[in-house]
Design a protein around this ligand. Sequence first.
Ligand SMILES: [Zn+2]
Ligand SMILES: [Zn+2]
Length: 309
Amino acid sequence: MRPHPPGGEAPHRAGCGCQHGRVSIDLHTHSTASDGLVEPGELMGLAAEAGLTVVALTDHDTTAGHGRAAAALPPGLTLVPGAEISCYVEVDGRSVSLHVLAYLFDATEPAFASVRAQIREHRATRARQMVRLLADAGHPVTWEQVSELAAGTVGRPHVAAAMVEAGLVPTVSAAFSREWIGASGPYWVGKWQPDVWQTLSLIRAAGGVSVFAHPYASRRGVTVGPDVIERMTAAGLTGVEVDHPDHDSDERRRLRGLAADLDLVTTGSSDFHGSSKPQGLGAESTSPATYERLVAAASGARPITGPTG
Ligand SMILES: [Zn+2]
Ligand SMILES: [Zn+2]
């Protein structure tokens, strides 16, 4: 990374290749194709405004936003098509949920496409079941209301948002508690997802590269240990997301050390969702060298560049 030329306050220019003020590569964002609040095309505009030169669109278990994002690419911005896959791993008889970022895979490869469709379908059914449980208990939440709140796939966050709107809970996080639709809560319904081994193999078979999303983010729930990451590496994992808003400095340090031991690339990304989460686009960044290593390891798709000139 070249430092920005001296004279500190000079504005950043596209293509100056520096890290002036803002970062330029953000490999984890969500749009309305999943649980983000910004439409895919609009997200590309915001990415360019934030000074990004490369942005990955990684909606949960779907590539539905890629077309709109690609069509709206402003000059100078490169789109990395991706998805964030929900899966689980069995650790000591206990199932731990994980997210794996898949980049540059062939979106039409049928085996992986069908698993993504299954995850989405189960998520939608699950939301319906939770709404039914709430309604049966006399709470004023309807499926119409929940689906209206979701521009893309309907998920548990939309049920939570409807509960806030109905005045049942003060905040979305209160809805996610054990009293309501949090794990083991009275209105909670379990979900189906592939295991991490199947997920890694599907991504590889579709020509993609995989990066374990926020592996040590203990504030999000139960996390796995280094032994699981080592096994994932043997199963084809290419990188770990180290710089993520949900990792504290100790988690980042431990993960960076492990990545060095296992020869995994380390990424940094905002996990932007729009105004529902505090982090802005480019809040964390990935180095150009890492980005190039990921692109070189993928054969399913290429990054998409915006119009030139
Ligand atoms: Zn995630
Ligand atoms: Zn995410």
